[in-house]
Structure formats: C-alpha cells, structure tokens
Design a protein around this ligand. Structure first.
Ligand code: CP
Ligand code: NVA
Length: 304
C-alpha cells in the first residue's frame, strides 16, 4: 500500500478529511472521559523543527504520550540537518527508525523532498506556504460551535501567507466561500486562487471581505522568517486590524479565530481576542491536540 502523507489539505479527499474531523471530535470526548487506549504503544513520532513552536510541539508530543507512543524532538542545532546533511539522506535514515514524521520548516519543497524519500507518513507542521494541521483544528472548532462548514462564508483579513493559502485549500476541500482582504502586494498565490474558482474572492478592503461572514480569521502581519519586515509591514497593514468594529460587518453569530501566537494591537485588538462570546482561539489551540491525534491514526492506518 502506498504511504500517505499530509503535506497540504489536498493530500486527503473531502471524505477522508471529514473522517479525520469526526475522529478528532470523538478522540476529544474519549480524553475528556478518561477512556483513551494506548493505541500508539511502540510507535515513535520524529519531530523536525527548523522554526519555533509552542502549540505544534506540545500538541504532537502530548498527543503521542497520551496514546502510549513516543516523540523525538529533532532540531537542526543538534542534528546533522543543521550541518548540511541532505534532506533526502536524512529522510531515508530517520524514516527507517521511526513510524511517522512531522516537519516544520521554511521552503515547502523541503517537506516534499523528505516525503519522496520517506518510508513512513510525513506531516507538514508548517512551511512558508502551508499550515494544514492548523486547518484541521480550525475546521473541527467551527464544526463544534456551528455545525458543518460547507456552504458557509469565511473571511480572511491580513497577509496572503501560509495560513491564508491553507484556508484556500480548505475552501476547495470543504466547499465554503472564502473572502480574503489583504494589502496590495500581499495577496496569496494567484494560481491557487484561480484553482479555487468562484469559491474564493480577493479584495483590498477588510469590510468587504468580512461582510456577512460566519467566521472571521487572521494571523500575524510578519510570519516566522520575515521578522526583518516587521516595521515595514506594520505600515503596509494599517487598517487590517480585526476588532469589534470590523466584526460588526460580519454575520450576527460570526466567530473569530486566530492560529496564535497573536500580536494584540496589530492584527487583532486585545478586546476582540479576549471576547469569548466571539473569539474561539483557545478551543482552536486545544483542538490541535485532538485533530493531530486523529490525523496520525488516519495516516498510520491508511499506510499500513
Ligand atoms: N499555531 C501554531 O502553529 O502555533 P505554534 O507556532 O506555537 O506551533
Ligand atoms: N503565519 C505564521 C503562522 C504561525 C503559526 C508563521 O508562519 O509564522
């Protein structure tokens, strides 16, 4: 059987994605009711981190431990990855020793090259282009609060970055409308927008994007690796803060999400982030744990 990877949301069919979301919801209940089984006993997850992380590391590592498995934290600082060992060689070696691998890195082709040479499933835990694990948690969170996302309207306000592009993939796979507002010059990949057809629209006006939305979401102005652009981006993204005023253009029961970490007073106001009648960011963060456990169950079963 072919090894299944999760490099973008497009690697699973819509049915498979929905299966993962349903499993995540039931695994969450199992954990809350103390009925988790050690289904990953003897399994090892290799975690390669070339960028910082709180949520991703803690959720994968805790998730493996809760299900009886182990996780290895591998940083370029103390592996040969940081000393130039080719990714193709690292993939062949590491994947002979562990059962599943997750990678957080810069260029997206690094996870593609690793997956090509890996004997075990590879999960993209964030690249410059995509962050699909976050989207599993986000869709789970929406489903838990509002039911199926198909046919709904989501607004993205901010940079056309890895999160925005993952929302475009989600719009394609889960069939909802996505209204994106970003400053000129910060749009998501044009070819991807085109592929999404009339499900996705791009504007430069936040209020237009947010109009009638069931969910409004954003992310930092400068992503990891763009720290040197922070000051310039603060100017260019002026007017792109999501706050209660902007949310007033959205649908009556609209939710707010942010993958975190958040920069209060930049892309989101402190008041909105903390307003738990609208903001579901803490549920969203917790769901990383459940969604990724379900994803690992799916990939390991589908690849065996
Ligand atoms: N949202 C997210 O991926 O957070 P971390 O960078 O803390 O992992
Ligand atoms: N766009 C952000 C997401 C962090 C989870 C980044 O890449 O830094």
């Amino acid at each position: 059987m072919a090894i299944r990877h999760f490099l973008t949301l497009r690697d699973l069919s819509t049915d498979e994605l929905n299966q993962v979301i349903d499993l995540a919801i039931s695994m969450k209940a199992a954990r809350n009711e103390n009925r988790q089984e050690p289904i990953f006993a003897g399994k090892v997850l290799g975690m390669i981190f070339e960028k910082s992380s709180t949520r991703t590391r803690v959720s994968f590592e805790a998730g493996m431990a809760q299900l009886g498995g182990d996780a290895l934290f591998l940083s370029p600082n103390d592996t040969q990855l940081g000393r130039g060992e080719p990714i193709e060689d690292s993939a062949r070696v590491i994947s002979r020793m562990v059962d599943i691998v997750m990678i957080r890195t810069f260029a997206h082709d690094i996870v593609e090259r690793f997956a090509k040479y890996s004997k075990v499933p590879v999960i993209n835990a964030l690249t410059d282009d995509y962050h699909p694990c976050q989207l599993l948690a986000d869709i789970q969170t929406f489903v838990e609060h509002r039911g199926p996302i198909a046919g709904k309207t989501v607004a993205w306000v901010g940079d056309g970055n890895n999160m925005c592009q993952s929302w475009i993939n989600a719009a394609i796979q889960f069939d909802f409308r996505l209204q994106i507002a970003c400053p000129e010059g910060y749009e998501p990949d044009q070819a991807l927008v085109k592929e999404a057809g009339d499900r996705v629209m791009v504007t430069h006006d936040p209020a237009t994007a947010v109009a009638g939305a069931d969910l409004v979401t954003t992310d930092v102005f400068a992503s990891m690796g763009q720290e040197h652009e922070q000051q310039d981006r603060l100017d260019k993204f002026s007017g792109f803060q999501v706050d209660h005023k902007l949310m007033s253009h959205a649908g009556e029961r609209a939710l707010f999400m942010h993958c975190l970490p958040a920069h209060r007073g930049e892309e989101v106001s402190a008041e909105l982030l903390e307003d738990e009648s609208i903001s579901v960011v803490w549920d969203e963060a917790e769901n990383r744990l459940h969604a990724q456990k379900a994803l690992m169950v799916f990939l390991l079963q589908a690849s065996s």
